[in-house]
Design a protein around this ligand. Structure first.
Ligand code: ADP
Length: 372
């Protein structure tokens, strides 16, 4: 074989590889263009530079109506798209980021966006975004929420009447000192209170899910609220619990009822997930203009894998070795939502078999200050 033959052979091989590569590119292009998953690319200025047919079909636009437009034009919430672009530019990969897109017929599509940036030699080329339409799922969830809210609402009125009757009977019996009847009525009152708490939690979670929450902030003494909630919890647990309350007198500016709901949920969990007769410590102290509240139990604790998911709606820890405790997995979701509305958050430190501490903080106002 002379030099020319070698060169010729190399050229043939080069052409073969090139043709193979072109075929691959064609196959891949065909694949993404016709994929059933909606896809679009966005440049660093937030302009859509490409979209596949599934994306156009999902929103009802023609290619020329969509591509070339700022992606922000199609988002229902400007803050969301700003956040998405900032995260992507900071090299974050997004998985199932919830967003709302505006379709051509002006309907709102609920989507989950997964996206990252294609970088080349340290330069931003474009983002690659996959969107998953979850509008139907959202509607189904909405129907369930509405149903639960309606049922809870309807059950509350007869339950309030029932509780009042039980309380009147209890007062009358207190005079007659019939221990059996008083005990039976106390139990009935206790069960009615438990039911009322469940219904309240159901109603609240539906409202938080829809973002229909208004805070009624007032200045109040946190220590007094903690004492009130603990007394109620003591009644609910009867003799099954002992409280150690270590609380400074601290004034905060917050929604008293909703912070009461936070405390009720955290304290009732501490009771539920501790052995009978256990000591539960409630602490509140002032640190750097914050009131830090901790609810400490020495109960079953929570393993590290479950801890990040505790605050999801309906999340419950499943452990076959642990006793079954009644609940719906709503309490901690509500706690985290209420605190989020107060620009605060719930934290947990826990070790399995040793116990858990749930803590949060609120802004402090001085005793004599006025709040607007
Ligand atoms: P529920 O108690 O109704 O299931 P929550 O949302 O209040 O719902 O709590 C979610 C899960 O977190 C519970 O199912 C339980 O497994 C765990 N958990 C909450 N508080 C505690 C605690 N103090 N100790 C141990 N586990 C807890």
């Amino acid at each position: 074989m002379n030099d020319l033959d070698v060169l010729n052979a190399e050229l043939i091989e080069y052409k073969r590889k090139n043709a193979e590569l072109e075929l691959r590119v064609e196959e891949l292009t065909d694949f993404v263009e016709n994929a059933s998953i909606p896809l679009h690319w966005v440049d660093e200025n937030g302009v859509i530079i490409w979209a596949n047919q599934a994306e156009l079909d999902a929103l009802g636009f023609l290619y020329e109506e969509y591509v070339g437009q700022p992606i922000g034009n199609f988002h229902a919430d400007a803050a969301v798209i700003d956040d998405i672009l900032t995260r992507l530019i900071n090299n974050e990969t997004l998985h199932n980021y919830p967003a709302k897109l505006k379709a051509k017929d002006e309907s709102i599509r609920h989507v989950l966006i997964s996206s990252n940036v294609l970088w080349k030699d340290g330069k931003f080329v474009h983002t690659r975004c996959f969107t998953k339409d979850v509008t139907d799922l959202k509607k189904e969830e909405q129907r369930k929420n509405d149903f639960v809210a309606m049922v809870s609402h309807e059950l509350r009125t007869p339950l309030t009447t029932l509780t009042s009757i039980v309380q009147i009977l209890k007062r009358r019996n207190n005079k007659e000192k019939d221990d059996f009847t008083i005990d039976a009525l106390t139990r009935a009152e206790l069960q009615a209170k438990k039911m009322a708490k469940m219904l309240n939690d159901f109603l609240s979670q539906a409202k938080y899910e829809e973002g229909k929450i208004l805070l009624h902030k007032v200045k109040f003494n946190l220590a007094a609220l903690i004492t009130e909630v603990a007394a109620d919890a003591q009644f609910m647990a009867r003799e099954g619990v002992e409280f150690a309350i270590k609380c400074e007198e601290i004034y905060v500016y917050a929604d008293r009822d909703k912070i009461g709901q936070v405390l009720t949920n955290l304290i009732s969990n501490a009771i539920k997930y501790s052995p009978k007769g256990a000591v539960i410590t409630i602490q509140c102290e002032e640190a750097q203009h914050k009131a830090v509240v901790s609810i400490i139990d020495l109960g079953m604790g929570i393993n590290p894998e479950d801890q990040p998911r505790l605050f999801e709606r309906f999340y419950r820890v499943i452990n076959e070795n642990l006793p079954v405790v009644q609940g719906f997995g709503i309490g901690l979701y509500l706690v985290s939502e209420i605190l989020r509305y107060h620009h605060s958050e719930i934290n947990v430190v826990s070790a399995e078999g040793k116990g858990s501490t749930f803590y949060f903080s609120l802004d402090v106002v001085s005793d004599c200050s006025t709040v607007n």
